[in-house]
Design a protein. Structure first.
Length: 350
């Protein structure tokens, strides 16, 4: 075992504290990564507060990890010391089921092992990117193009692929009309990606407070959902609606905004059950779906796309200081962060 510095939560809702954690010894197909930056995802808050009752403590959150390779195992191919790389939400999978073989590791039949707060197949508990280094099988590592800064790349490892995957799956592009519900950490990246793909993009937010940002990110229009007339005006408009918000929405109203064969996709973790009158699906062969992240191959595709089309998240960098991280969590919870917060983990000792 080796050790590394980290920021750790002792229990649900506790304060962050500096810690020294163990990482496994390098296996033949492993790489050890010196972490430079770790993005803060809203999922970190859900797990850190144990909102779903499945969190494992002590916890080191973080599944938006960017850094450089410090060591490679003897069986590793395609990576070398010094390479700029990233790790997202997937820490392990069986590698053998139909989904893993189809580069859909996120749907692994045995169960995807997440980058933190999850029991790995060997019984160990994963610890994430709010730390100085991580050791992981090279299969789950992606290469970060030189055109993208490591601090900018970190949020793409979750927010980027979360938005890119449904846009690709439902074939967003020239001639399609895409709406993004919520202009936050996920939504702003989705707007940029959809616009880069050539889609006509609309932002649907409670108010028009962020309209200027929406247009700057590539949206052609923005509409306030606290105005009931919005749903009447936009009825039958969109081929694809991506819902990024956790709070419950009026699903029937948003389905009514879909064009024939349109799809409403939930990408944010819902905070409760969703209700739907199926008659709204029948009137136009519409669909209601959900998706999380993408597989490793698609994540690499997303990074290459972002490099080619100059897509970058809007980030705020903070020090690897427990107080600053705690404040960032508060700002993410109340929606005041603009738009992703990234920890400079290279400041951690050890």
């Amino acid at each position: 075992m080796s050790t590394t510095a980290a920021l750790q939560l002792a229990s649900a809702g506790s304060a962050f504290a500096p810690a020294v954690i163990e990482r496994r010894d390098l296996r033949p197909d492993d790489v050890r990564i010196d972490i430079a930056f770790a993005g803060i995802c809203h999922t970190d808050l859900h797990y850190g507060h144990d909102e779903r009752g499945s969190s494992i403590f002590p916890m080191v959150p973080g599944h938006e990890i960017a850094g450089t390779i410090a060591e490679v195992g003897p069986e590793v191919e395609g990576f070398a010391v010094g390479d700029r790389v990233g790790v997202g939400c997937i820490f392990n999978s069986c590698g053998e089921c139909r989904y893993c073989e189809d580069d859909l590791e996120q749907y692994c039949s045995k169960g995807m092992v997440m980058t933190y707060s999850t029991k790995d197949y060997d019984g160990s508990i994963t610890k994430g990117g709010y730390s100085r280094s991580i050791t992981i099988q090279s299969r789950y590592v992606v290469r970060i193009p030189d055109e993208i800064g490591l601090d900018e790349a970190a949020p793409l490892l979750c927010a980027g692929i979360t938005m890119y995957s449904p846009l690709r799956h439902w074939k967003a592009g020239a001639g399609s009309k895409v709406a993004v519900v919520g202009l936050g950490g996920l939504g702003h990246v989705g707007v940029k990606l959809a616009a880069a793909m050539g889609a006509e993009v609309t932002v649907l937010s409670r108010t028009l407070a962020k309209e200027a940002d929406a247009r700057r990110f590539g949206a052609t229009t923005a509409h306030a959902t606290n105005d009931p007339r919005t749903f009447e005006r936009l009825a039958g408009t969109f081929d694809l609606i991506l819902n990024t918000v956790s709070a419950g929405i009026d699903t029937d109203a948003f389905v009514g905004m879909l064009a024939v064969d349109g799809t409403l996709v939930t990408v944010g973790l819902p905070d409760g059950p969703t209700t739907l009158n199926s008659v709204y699906l029948l009137a136009g062969r519409k669909s209601l779906s959900g998706t999380g992240i993408g597989g490793i191959r698609e994540t690499q595709e997303m990074l290459d796309f972002c490099a080619e089309h100059d897509v970058r998240p809007e980030i705020e960098r903070i020090d690897a200081d427990p107080a600053q991280v705690a404040t960032a969590w508060e700002r993410i919870a109340d929606g005041s962060a603009r738009y992703r917060v990234v920890i400079d983990t290279a400041q951690l000792d050890g």
